[in-house]
Ligand binder design. Structure first.
Ligand code: ADP
Ligand code: MG
Length: 323
């Protein structure tokens, strides 16, 4: 359904845009229909940039993103099928309008011929589908609703469209624990309707909980991906292992604790072919070379640009100086 093929994003940075920053470097994966794919990585690894490219909010630099074979074309037709929900639900609402204005806007754009009465019924059904009581939500201002309620209003809005893919970028980060579980259960129901969900998160325990597939992103490239069972049950890349053991300190940058000495596909461990810089180490479980540098035929060359590795170092340095 959704296919990312060797997608790269290079931002121009600096006062005159004279420098570049490779936020995403050659990422390929699919989001099949009816599945949740979680995209996991620390802050700055390029997750939101990928989400924004899928939503057509920023253009890709190279590579392609297609939905059922058609390239991303931001506009009314595309947004009928692809919607995003983001970390801060309050920022998606205009505080001076009632929260349910978002439904009105959908009606105007997509269903102008639908009568007011029928539309009201559809909105109420969508709200009940996301476990909201329509009478408690309709007519309220955003500040009168909780973050969890607003997040559900946005999901209900998406459900009114002929949705194929929902991009959920850190949607549970600002919610308390019990609301989080509710929203995740809701995503599980959504995939039951045949939708695909890209669940972007830095939070391992929860991403794990509902995704069929997991993609681990590090410095803009995929280091490991496959079925969630395999990636979490048998993590192969040192970064993934570290990530799995780093749960209590998720907000700190992760340093490479485990010395990296072997490479599954250069040291004979790979069973399958190497594609996109990843080796199929076992069925439906792909892993990048663990030496990271000096072993990257398919990795973008540094070529005088600001390399992700250097950035990570700079960030670490920055933090040390901050202290
Ligand atoms: P994540 O969502 O994983 O935290 P992002 O995709 O937001 O990562 O950012 C990836 C990298 O790209 C970061 O180094 C970030 O500073 C940089 N970046 C993000 N957006 C822009 C932008 N509009 N212009 C320049 N650099 C950006
Ligand atoms: Mg982000």
């Amino acid at each position: 359904m959704l296919r990312l093929d060797n997608v790269t994003k290079v931002y121009k940075v600096g006062a005159f845009g004279g420098k570049t920053l490779t936020a995403v470097g050659g990422v390929s994966f699919d989001v099949p229909e009816g599945q949740v794919v979680s995209l996991i990585g620390e802050s700055g690894s390029g997750k939101s940039t990928l989400g924004k490219m899928i939503l057509g909010l920023v253009p890709v630099t190279t590579g392609s993103i297609t939905l059922d074979g058609a390239p991303v074309r931001p506009g009314k037709e595309y947004y009928r099928h692809v919607q995003g929900v983001f970390q801060d639900p309050f920022s998606s609402f205009n505080p001076v309008f009632k929260a349910d204005r978002v439904f009105q806007m959908i009606r105007e754009a997509y269903f102008p011929a639908t009568s007011a009465a029928e539309w009201d019924e559809r909105v109420r059904t969508a709200l009940r589908d996301v476990r909201l009581d329509p009478d408690q939500v309709l007519g309220k201002y955003p500040h009168q609703l909780s973050g969890g309620q607003l997040q559900r209003v946005l999901i209900a809005r998406a459900l009114l469209l002929d949705l194929k893919l929902l991009v959920a970028d850190e949607i549970t980060s600002m919610l308390d624990a019990s609301t989080r579980i509710d929203v995740l259960n809701l995503l599980a129901e959504i995939k039951g309707r045949g939708l695909g969900v890209l669940y972007i998160t830095h939070d391992l325990s929860l991403g794990n909980y509902l995704a069929e597939r997991t993609v681990v992103l590090r410095h803009g490239t995929v280091v490991e991906m496959g079925t969630t069972d395999k990636v979490f049950g048998n993590p192969m890349h040192p970064y993934t292992r570290q990530l799995l053991s780093a749960v209590p300190r998720l907000h700190d940058p992760w340093e490479d604790a485990e010395p990296v000495t072997s490479c599954v596909y250069h040291d004979g461990g790979a069973a399958g072919a190497v594609t996109g810089g990843l080796a199929e180490a076992e069925e439906d479980h792909f892993v990048a070379c663990a030496r990271l540098e000096g072993c990257g035929e398919d990795r973008p060359e540094g070529g005088g640009e600001d390399r992700p590795e250097d950035r990570a170092e700079g960030r670490l340095k920055g933090r040390v100086e901050d202290r």
